[in-house]
Design a protein around this ligand. Structure first.
Ligand SMILES: Cc1ncc(COP(=O)(O)O)c(C=O)c1O
Length: 342
């Protein structure tokens, strides 16, 4: 049961400290030609690739809360982790610079990538200190980053740690707020939505949207296409994030596991390895709409949407909004997988 009324929750959200990083609202556009190609009459896209922070993407909304928290706590350095092509890392580096902070990025992948592909170039231009490490399991990663955090403190820095993907109960509030923005846009257009579909990585964006819809857009389901983690594990992580957000907002748990909708059939080989279906979805979206997706997140998510339509899980009359969460700088690190299709 919610103890607060919806206006009270809105007011509470508006009072939580955030800095300005994102250009909002992002556009809500109809995908007419792609919709026609896959036989969907009401297909929309929310352009969070255009949030404007160092080539944009979903993390700007989360970082508005996280950077404010870091500054409130007197930190002067943001430390975060991610894959070698992490968009979250690139945007964290930009957010740090926008507020005069330093940034250290602990990136997992090949120790010696050739040159500075995609996001790595941008991380370096932004002057982030980049630590490249081979893949490690979550526990080892946490321990290693903990040690690194202590080393930074010993060097006189005041680091603020942002977990993978910026997915924390606080950061995810950025996507609870996005639902308010979307609800207003839908109202002004006289539209409604049955489903929101997006890529799910660490799950925070989906967590925020699911809680946001439960509160402010009931009747709209949020469907996540996992790009790495199997759905049971991811659902647990998402529920934990939602509980944290509910706690910050001072409301009793209102989202249950039944509200978490996930597909893990579109990961392909594994996280950060491009899939053929994902690359085909990138090309189809680019050539029908002039919109660029990326090979790690949004291409795979769009491949999922198209396949769910082909299988009839989505109907031709479903009102669906695809959230474009960004990631396009990574296109320049995946030329080898895309070039054979061009
Ligand atoms: C382009 C893009 N889309 C989607 C996601 C997934 O967001 P989340 O980690 O909140 O699930 C990410 C995360 O890094 C991303 O960079």
């Amino acid at each position: 049961m919610i103890k607060s009324t919806l206006p009270e929750i809105e007011e509470k959200l508006a009072k939580i400290k955030r800095v300005k990083l994102a250009q909002l609202p992002t556009a809500l556009e109809k995908l007419d030609r792609l919709g026609q190609a896959i036989n969907m009459k009401h297909l929309w896209i929310k352009r969070d690739d255009n949030t404007g922070l160092a080539f944009g993407g979903n993390k700007a909304r989360k970082l508005e809360f996280l950077v404010a928290d870091a500054m409130e706590k007197g930190s002067n350095l943001l430390l975060t982790v991610g894959g070698v092509q992490s968009n979250h890392a690139r945007m964290t580096a930009a957010a740090a610079r926008a507020y005069g902070l330093d940034c250290c990025l602990w990136l997992l992948g090949k120790n010696n990538p050739q040159g500075l592909p995609g996001n790595l170039l941008l991380d370096k231009i932004l002057g982030a200190r980049v630590e490249l490490h081979p893949y490690m399991d979550d526990e080892t990663l946490l321990e290693a980053v903990d040690d690194y955090f202590d080393t930074l403190k010993e060097k006189g820095k005041k680091p603020y740690y942002i977990p993978m993907g910026g997915s924390t109960g606080l950061g995810d509030l950025g996507y609870v707020m996005m639902v308010l923005e979307l609800a207003e846009q839908l109202y002004l257009k006289g539209e409604t939505l049955d489903k929101i579909i997006l890529a799910a990585g660490s799950g925070g964006t989906l967590a925020g949207l699911t809680l946001g819809c439960k509160l402010f857009l009931p009747g709209t389901q949020v469907w996540g296409i996992s790009i790495g983690i199997r759905k049971d594990e991811l659902a647990d992580k998402i529920i934990r994030g939602i509980r944290e957000s509910e706690h910050i907002l001072g409301i009793s748990p209102i989202v249950s596991t039944g509200d978490i909708h996930l597909w893990d059939d579109y990961i392909g080989e594994k996280y950060a390895v491009a899939s053929l279906a994902g690359n085909e979805a990138i090309i189809q979206t680019a050539r029908t709409q002039g919109i660029l997706l990326d090979p790690v997140y949004t291409g795979k998510a769009m491949a999922g949407l198209i396949d769910l339509r082909n299988k009839g899980v989505l109907s031709s009359s479903d009102r669906v909004c695809f959230v474009h969460t960004g990631g396009t700088p990574a296109l320049f690190a995946y030329e080898d997988s895309l070039a054979p299709l061009l």
